[in-house]
Design a protein around this ligand. Structure first.
Ligand code: IMP
Length: 431
């Protein structure tokens, strides 16, 4: 297989875990390049379901090396928990996993700040996952973050003192919240020193050697392009770059070490957390169209967050969003997931443009307020009653489902190269 970046191109939860899991046996290395425990994918080991937040799903395959790159943020408590779950299932994690020594650590004060800030924002909250992602990336950029390699640095104590002084001033004097105990921070640091430091490695060096030796790499993204801190629905975004370009900086590889960019999206759209969502039909507060299609998507698609359990907001496929993502990521092929969720709908809609202030626009406005004000322009296609669940070849799909795919390709100006028709690895069509 070629060196491929696999990324979500909507608002996250596009089914990346399944696609990566499917591709992982054919690659030698799977590497994460951004995000942290805000991501989550469910793995089934035997009859046990396991949710992984940091570790790439390639970890289940004997000969796959898994890498966590410098662009990610790592919570020692959670990562060690993941490692222990896998160890208990007989997976030799330590032999298969390396963590960049340049990774930023999420410490208890990051989670505390994340939670306190959301409370302080009240109805304007972002709806973060509460995992400390924003404050950790903030510290990185402000040059006060603690990296894995810093655990053996002789100025660590002084840096923690300085950070805690700042954080606890913010917590008590500004956010009206309880201060963070130094003992909790020490526990995280001790755990990281004991369990994560032995896995620390020079990830760019490993990648360069592997690629030179002819090995293939799957660069695994987290979240989705619309949650990218630059290109997404700012400020309702995560705090990292989630686009394909982030794979290079987040691992330390060059553009020539990538051959393909696989853009993963659902046959409809979902989002968790706050922020504009032009084609939204249904959410936890109700809100539904005449066809009840949004409710159908939520129920049939089991649309609840794997990390937070929150119900996801659902709506029609937004081709304006996907086109935007195709451009900013240089997507070479689309992987469409959960097509089967649309089975049974009388009609299926595609948003092909927006109307804003009486004008038709075909791109995503940079300003959130303007994006909130758009009206979707829909094309309506006939639905199908037949089941597409588990289909493994294009000709097993009803003609109307095939027509929808062709129209998505045309409007998004990108070929569909994979189509997922169910949760199992064999529920896939390669095109
Ligand atoms: P944070 O990444 O926890 O700071 O959350 C910021 C925004 O990104 C919130 O709207 C979250 O719901 C969203 N988000 C973060 N990670 C994911 C994910 O893996 N899937 C879907 N949404 C996510």
């Amino acid at each position: 297989m070629k060196n491929t970046i696999a990324i979500g191109i909507q608002w996250g939860d596009e089914g990346k875990g399944k696609i990566v899991d499917l591709l992982a046996p054919d690659v030698d290395v799977v590497a994460r390049f951004q995000g942290g425990p805000n991501a989550g994918h469910t793995l089934v080991i035997g009859d046990q379901k396991t949710v992984l937040n940091h570790i790439p799903s390639g970890i289940l395959h004997d000969n796959t090396l898994c890498l966590i790159g410098n662009g990610t943020v790592v919570d020692p408590f959670r990562l060690v928990e993941e490692m222990d779950m896998l160890l208990a299932a007989g997976i030799p994690v330590s032999e298969r996993l390396k963590i960049s020594e340049r990774c930023q650590l999420i410490l208890p004060y990051h989670r505390a700040l994340d939670a306190a800030r959301e409370v302080a924002k009240g109805k304007n909250k972002i709806g973060t996952t509460g995992k400390g992602i924003g404050p950790c990336y903030e510290d990185k950029t402000a040059r006060r973050g603690i990296r894995l390699v810093d655990l053996v640095s002789d100025d660590l104590d002084a840096r923690i003192d300085a950070n805690l002084e700042y954080v606890n001033f913010m917590m008590t004097s500004y956010l009206n919240a309880a201060p963070v105990e130094r003992a909790d921070v020490e526990r995280a640091l001790d755990l990281a020193r004991e369990r994560l430091l032995p896995l620390a490695a020079d990830v760019p060096l490993i990648l360069q050697r592997r690629i030179k030796a002819g090995d293939s790499v799957l660069y695994e993204g987290a979240q989705g392009s619309m949650l990218d801190v630059d290109h997404g629905t700012y400020p309702f975004v995560t705090s990292s770059n989630t686009v394909a370009g982030a794979a290079l900086a987040g691992l330390g590889v060059g553009p020539k070490q990538v051959d393909e960019v696989l853009g993963i999206c659902k046959a409809y759209t979902t989002r968790v957390g706050a922020g504009p969502f032009p084609t939204e039909l249904y959410n936890a507060e109700g809100m539904c169209d005449a066809e009840q299609a949004g409710k159908h998507m939520a129920e049939k698609g089991h649309e609840f967050g794997s990390t937070t359990g929150r119900p996801r907001r659902t709506g029609w496929f937004d081709a304006v969003v996907v086109q935007h993502a195709v451009r900013i990521n240089g997507v070479t092929g689309l992987a469409i997931t959960k097509l089967d969720v649309l089975d049974g709908l009388a009609e299926v809609k595609l948003c092909v443009a927006y109307e804003l202030d009486g004008e038709r626009i075909e791109s995503v406005p940079a300003c959130c307020k303007r994006l909130e004000a758009v009206t979707p322009v829909y094309e309506t296609l006939p639905g199908w009653n037949e089941s597409t669940f588990g289909a493994t070849a294009l000709d097993q799909l009803p003609a109307n489902a095939q027509a929808l795919l062709r129209r998505i390709e045309e409007v998004c100006d990108c070929p569909v190269t994979m189509l997922s028709t169910g949760p199992d690895r064999k529920h896939i069509i390669h095109l």
